[in-house]
Design a protein around this ligand. Structure first.
Ligand code: SAH
Length: 237
């Protein structure tokens, strides 16, 4: 739907999503804004997020989550340490054809996610209460993503076994994570690339680190934009 047909928060969200190349339907806009209403409501009783201002919630929770969409692959996607459902819930709303598993070690946060799933009818979302390192699913995932769950090496340690052959681990980061990229990853894993992400309406840096198995072949032509060549890993825009 066109952003000009909406008002206020909904319009801001739709316009931001449009900048990310995502044309949200009226139903998707209502679901995503409704998710924030539920978050506010639950946040009065339990600490789910420190971001309480609606404009910030739209950029830092919804749009920030949606920036990962072009990097998803396959049908089975895992969000490790999803907390109140970010980035998993917004992505599940815009990608109904993929199956999302949202995992967290804290049960009370998953109660919120389960509530949202039921309230808005999101059949492509399943929650799992487990520590990532102890989770042994019957089938592994094409894509394992995480936002704000610590250093890259630890993410690989915790979640590497959950990634199917040929799959990717996707770590959402703020500033270019130079120190983490300089550290060794657990053996058998390598950095596949670092993408600079732009969150509409947010004047802060965001990066996505893609990690794959060491033996996976990567495309030989890497697009290195001017000004980024000094980075140890090429940044693709
Ligand atoms: N991804 C969400 C929440 C980040 S906070 C967001 O960006 O908003 C980190 C979350 O990771 C917490 O909810 C915490 O319970 C969870 N967590 C920490 N260690 C974990 C582990 N080993 N396995 C699963 N979840 C874990």
């Amino acid at each position: 739907m066109s952003a000009s047909e909406l008002t206020g928060d909904a319009r801001r969200l739709a316009a931001g999503a449009e900048q990310l190349g995502i044309a949200l339907s009226a139903h998707q806009v209502a679901t995503l804004i409704g998710l924030l209403d539920e978050l506010d409501d639950w946040n009065q009783r339990m600490n789910l997020t420190a971001i309480r201002e609606r404009g910030q919630q739209i950029t830092k929770h919804l749009l920030d989550s949606l920036t990962v969409r072009p990097y998803l692959r396959g049908t089975r996607v895992l969000d490790v340490g999803t907390g109140a459902g970010f980035p998993g819930l917004p992505l599940a709303v815009v990608e109904p054809q993929r199956q999302f598993t949202l995992l967290d070690a804290t049960a009370k946060k998953l109660r919120f996610v389960d509530h949202v799933v039921e309230r808005f009818g999101l059949p492509n979302v399943t929650t799992v209460h487990a520590r990532a390192e102890a989770y042994r699913p019957a089938e592994r995932f094409d894509c394992v993503m995480a936002r704000a769950v610590g250093p890259l090496a630890r993410f690989v340690q915790w979640a590497g076994h959950l990634c199917a052959g040929g799959g990717r681990l996707l770590a959402m980061k703020g500033r270019y994570p130079e120190a983490e990229l300089a550290e060794r990853l657990p053996s058998g894993w390598k950095i596949a690339g670092v993408q600079r992400l732009t969150v509409p309406g947010l004047d802060e840096e965001r990066h996505l680190v893609e990690i794959c198995r060491s033996h996976d072949r990567l495309p030989s032509a890497v697009n290195t934009p001017t000004g980024s060549q000094c980075a140890p890993y090429p940044i693709t825009i």
